[in-house]
Design a protein around this ligand. Structure first.
Ligand SMILES: [Zn+2]
Length: 787
């Protein structure tokens, strides 16, 4: 096929290039295949990638990459769509000119290997394994303060485009390298421009006082099964589902004082629907990369530490035939170098950075750590990965095919089908569930008549997920309840801390019923291509000026605040953002009916950034003055709603007649590392909150910051109205919960009348990561209560 010109080149070059960089811009669009004409990053930027205190912003990164694509017949560049804030989201496809010339054909080979039902027989199988290439997707810079990851793609792409080494030639012949230079382009600009503003100041290299993804900040890499954000949808819809990569390498950075570089094997547990060939492939590839770095004299590489592979929120590929190879390089102060003394090195989970061990054979002794070290480790890791892929092309393809064959044959642990009844009280949750399954390429059918199965009868139009299909593992992981294994070093020890949350069961989070059918269902089904469109509507709030909502935003970035904003925008709920000064100035009841304080740690609410650590306007918290203004707002008739971590601070500062029972417990007694528990509404409370929900039990997403309330003995009889309690039979519905008895039956949501207004305290997050649709009505009711 014809090589398409890089789409982005026309819009970026010329507009964004400074005059000094015009040489690269003037390269002809279809340059001859000479390696000499390929521009280096240094020739384009005027400095070497990795130079201290130098960061290219998104216009410069994409400007360079499009110049490279124009000059090289090994590289093509496409713009996949706009980001949340309208920047170009780009993909580089890098391979030999011969492979690039038959890209459509190779994509067809890959699609057949991904779905063995499409392979006609042994002859075609052999031909596909002979002709297929390993598809390697390298993604970088989803977390924008991990700045090496936003710069290193320029070096990776340049080396692939310019080198004549036999290793690089083999990579280009055997692999199709897909490079997404940033999974969050907006953040590259936000952080680069912030960093430049800090140069030479006391706070040089400090954390920016805003989320680096417009809505979700660091949570942008927890979105790989819910697909709520534009960037995730582009990567899944236009890269993963088009190319089905066998290997996905995601480039990150970690803290300053641990290992220099992490690679899988992952620690246990691995989620039970991940194919064993993926786990074995990850173990082989990760340790092979660690060995390659050791041969290059790179110290401080650890495997099998800190990170587990439980949550699919970070691992779309684990359910689509691909291994996930995360790398985590130690950080500096953004692009400013640091000096690490040996006594600053800190032990992590499963290793001690000062002791050698099987999984950490060559400790780094401490010393200077520069951006050049960061990008050096990252580049070495990426090329070790590509080298392994190229050397074992056939093994990767055979493994990939086997994963698809096992899925189509159906695993023993999976039912024959999942049935999602057509008659559901929550149409919004149903639409969301179907959107998620279809986005992940799960085949969903619709019954053309009523039928029986799973011990019940279902109406015509019910949805059916037949589990004999390539991505059944994704469906199973989303629909089943999570049983987190009891991992602890000794019987009386606390659970070994999971790296991430332990539960995500979508029917629970979305308020939808779904049933396992263990026997084949005898009903005709027709394929479904789109989820039903259900408008996102919060009655009385969407598009209405009747309720005037103020949303608190601390300067220490809060992801929970960002997710709340995302939901408000999705449901068209108008709001004003309130910073510390806006609240402290008081007179809030005149401007707002409701103020929402999302889940924020007490230290951030009280003191915020320390003096000298950030520019003066971002320093400090709400403190006594802010708390007093919030108290006055309620006294004058306002409704103050606080979520999860914020509740103990408000209880303390406003001397509320309740206490949080969970804050007093140790992790050995009580531990909820992101779990789904039952929630029972208390209809005797005499409040509006929860009135829009059916009378049946619902759920609460309970995380480490969760709270359970009890009225203080001295509280007057009607001072604390219990709206909902954590369930008792059972308490835990999915995930892990240590010490269920500490929450069972305790108040999870309370309303406290105060003066002419009221305070609503949520012990859980009703709007958890834009996923807990089941409990949105509780939040909306609480906001509306201010009317
Ligand atoms: Zn990261």
């Amino acid at each position: 096929m014809m090589r398409r010109p890089a789409l982005i080149a026309t819009c970026l070059l010329g507009l964004l290039l400074p005059a000094s960089r015009s040489r690269a811009a003037e390269l002809p669009p279809a340059a001859p295949a000479s390696l000499d004409t390929v521009p280096s990053p240094a020739s384009y930027l005027g400095y070497a990638v990795g130079a201290d205190r130098k960061l290219a912003d998104w216009g410069e990164v994409t400007g360079y990459l499009s110049a490279l694509a124009r000059a090289s017949d090994r590289v093509r560049m496409d713009t996949l769509g706009p980001t949340t804030l309208g920047r170009p989201y780009v993909l580089l496809t890098i391979s030999s000119p011969r492979n690039l010339a038959r890209l459509d054909e190779l994509r067809t080979v890959q699609a057949k290997l991904a779905d063995p039902r499409r392979i006609s027989g042994p002859d075609e199988r052999q031909r596909l394994l002979d002709e297929g290439r390993v598809v390697v997707l390298i993604t970088a810079a989803i977390h924008s303060t991990e700045v090496g990851a936003s710069q290193v793609p320029m070096r990776i792409a340049y080396r692939l485009a310019s080198s004549d080494d036999p290793e690089v030639r083999r990579i280009l012949d055997q692999c199709i390298v897909l490079l997404v230079p940033s999974l969050n382009p907006d953040g590259v600009d936000l952080v680069t421009h912030w960093y430049r503003s800090t140069l030479g100041k006391p706070w040089e290299g400090a954390t920016p006082p805003f989320l680096y993804h417009h809505y979700v900040g660091h949570d942008d890499n927890r979105d790989w099964y819910a697909f709520t954000q534009q960037e995730t949808r582009l990567a899944v819809g236009k890269v993963h589902n088009v190319w089905h990569p066998q290997i996905v390498h995601d480039i990150h950075q970690q803290g300053k004082f641990g290992s220099r570089f992490f690679l899988p094997p992952w620690m246990d547990p691995v989620e039970p629907n991940v194919d064993p060939a993926l786990i074995a492939g990850i173990n082989d590839l990760g340790t092979s990369m660690a060995w390659a770095l050791e041969r290059q004299g790179k110290k401080g590489v650890v495997v099998d530490a800190t990170y587990d592979a439980w949550s699919p929120g970070r691992a779309y590929q684990h359910y689509h035939g691909g291994v996930r190879i995360l790398s985590e390089t130690a950080s500096a102060d953004l692009a400013s170098p640091i000096e690490v003394t040996p006594d600053q090195l800190r032990a992590g989970v499963n290793f001690d950075p000062r002791k050698r061990s099987w999984n950490f054979p060559d400790p780094w002794p401490g010393g200077a750590w520069h951006l050049s070290d960061i990008v050096g480790y990252m580049e070495a890791g990426a090329f070790a990965l590509l080298d392994h892929a190229a050397a074992h092309r056939r093994a990767w393809l055979e493994s990939f095919l086997g994963i698809g064959q096992r899925a189509v044959a159906k695993w023993d642990r999976w039912p024959e089908a999942w049935v999602i009844p057509a008659d559901q009280p929550r149409r919004d949750g149903l639409a969301e569930l179907l959107r998620i399954l279809l986005t992940a390429d799960v085949e969903v059918g619709r019954a053309t008549s009523s039928f029986s199965g799973a011990g019940r009868s279902f109406p015509s139009g019910s949805w059916v997920v037949d589990m004999h299909q390539p991505y059944a593992s994704f469906a199973e992981a989303m629909l089943e309840r999570q049983v987190y294994p009891d991992l602890r070093p000794c019987d009386s020890c606390p659970l070994r801390r999971p790296y991430d949350v332990t539960a995500w069961t979508l029917p629970l989070l979305l308020g939808v019923r779904a049933y396992r059918a263990e026997k084949p269902i005898g009903v005709a089904i027709e394929p479904v291509t789109a989820a039903p469109e259900v408008p996102r509507e919060a009655p009385g709030l969407s598009g209405s000026a009747a309720v005037k909502v103020g949303l608190y935003q601390p300067w220490v970035p809060s992801m929970d605040e960002g997710w709340t904003r995302w939901i408000f925008d999705q449901y068209r709920i108008p709001y004003d953002t309130l910073h510390n000064a806006d609240i402290k100035q008081g007179d809030l009841a005149r401007r707002f009916t409701t103020i929402l304080v999302p889940s924020i740690p007490p230290g951030v609410l009280e003191t915020g950034f320390e003096p000298g650590s950030e520019p003066e306007r971002y320093v400090g918290g709400l403190g006594e003055e802010g708390a007093a203004a919030l108290g006055a707002f309620v006294e004058e008739g306002g409704t103050l709603v606080a979520l999860e971590r914020s509740t103990p601070w408000l209880i303390d500062r406003l001397h509320l007649p309740v206490r949080d029972l969970l804050g007093e417990l140790t992790p050995t007694d009580y531990y909820a590392p992101g779990s789904i528990v039952r929630l029972d509404l208390d209809r005797s409370a005499g409040t509006d909150i929860g009135r829009s929900l059916p009378d049946t039990a619902t759920i609460a997403w309970l995380g480490r910051g969760g709270a359970a309330f009890e009225a203080r003995p001295e509280a007057s009889p009607n001072a604390v109205r219990v709206v909902a309690r954590y369930g008792t039979d059972p308490t835990l519905l999915s995930g892990w919960l240590q010490g269920a008895r500490y929450v069972a039956g305790k108040a999870a949501l309370v309303e406290l009348p105060l003066g002419r207004g009221r305070i609503v305290l949520f012990g859980f997050r009703p709007q958890y990561r834009g996923e807990s649709v089941a409990t949105y009505p509780l939040l909306f009711d609480a906001l509306r209560a201010g009317r």
